[in-house]
Design a protein around this ligand. Structure first.
Ligand code: HEM
Length: 279
């Protein structure tokens, strides 16, 4: 967590320090042998991890507010086959059939869960982890918040909003060299410098997803531009009808004629699966 709420706390890279409001961790379980023994270990480990956590599977909007004050857990299972290792960039999280997300205001709690899972699973699986932090939006005016959340769905239970998608993202050094105000413009309709034409920008290019995608952007809790790490982990939930919408939104965001911001984006491996009550 932040080292204090006063001004000028003497941090060497002052401006870069934004407050981490809470933490999250995605743990991907890559089985060495997907046999019964591994399945049994997973179920026992999952049951133990879930103790003391709010299970997000049965969340509804009313509880979402409440759950923000608690430690939460959500289990997932990948649909379909593992990817071809040749075409899977590192870290190949898609190899994981099982995944769990845990969130807490207290970061060491997530480390404990990480260690407990590794201990319980033993050498029957490799575990990859991605960490993130909740932060206040940086580029969003109240109007932008209104635009991008108006008509957006409340968080629904995993029985309705069955699908989850995780996309780790890093941005290029060129992006981080821009001033915050310049970066800000990429999220709004603006005139693209490269083509001198008006473009939609991130939010409008993604507009189609507003009514159907529940979304979160987590920031790297330790800062940006860290070697071998991602700057963000983005997370989405939707029902089955929302899945093609997600793909359309992602394609729009990738189109530099609609969203020049993506010129500075490096996407990591995308993990898709189903939310489940337990493993
Ligand atoms: C429903 C569709 C979406 C809307 C309305 C939307 C809107 C926004 C807005 C307004 C911000 C700025 C937040 C801030 O002020 O800090 C943002 C940030 C971000 N979005 Fe989206 N977005 C959508 C979908 C997506 C998708 C599909 C992805 C990637 C798979 C994505 C990746 C990101 C990332 C990585 C950031 C942080 C960028 C940064 O701080 O440099 N968004 N989004």
């Amino acid at each position: 967590m932040g080292s204090g709420c006063g001004q000028g706390n003497g941090s060497a890279n002052g401006a870069a320090v934004a407050a981490n409001l809470a933490f999250t961790k995605f743990l991907f379980v890559i089985a060495r042998a997907d046999d019964d023994a591994h399945g049994a270990r997973l179920r026992t480990a999952g049951g133990n991890l879930a103790r003391g956590f709010f299970n997000d599977f049965d969340i509804d909007d009313a509880r979402e507010m409440q759950a923000q004050r608690f430690e939460t857990i959500q289990f997932y299972v990948r649909e379909g086959d593992a990817p071809d290792p040749e075409s899977c960039p590192s870290p190949c999280i898609q190899k994981a059939r099982h995944m769990v997300q845990v969130s807490s205001k207290y970061r060491p709690r997530l480390q404990e869960i990480d260690e407990e899972l590794r201990r319980r699973i033993g050498d029957s699986a490799e575990i990859l982890s991605l960490e993130g932090a909740f932060r206040n939006p940086r580029y969003s005016s109240p109007e932008m918040v209104n635009y991008s959340t108006k008509g957006s769905p409340p968080r629904r239970s995993g029985r309705l909003s069955k699908n989850a998608i995780v996309v780790p993202i890093r941005k290029t050094p060129e992006w981080w060299q821009k001033s915050t105000l310049e970066r800000h413009s990429y999220f709004y309709p603006h005139v693209d410098h490269a083509s001198a034409t008006p473009v939609k920008g991130h939010a409008q290019a993604a507009e189609k997803g507003i009514p159907s995608l529940f979304r979160r952007v987590y920031h790297n809790p330790d800062g940006y531009e860290r070697a071998g790490e991602f700057d963000f982990v983005t997370y989405f939930e939707c029902d089955d009808e929302g899945l093609p919408v997600f793909d359309q939104v992602l394609n729009s965001l990738r189109d530099p004629h609609l969203n020049p911001e993506w010129r500075y984006v490096e996407e990591g491996p995308i993990w898709r699966g189903r939310r489940v009550l337990r493993w």
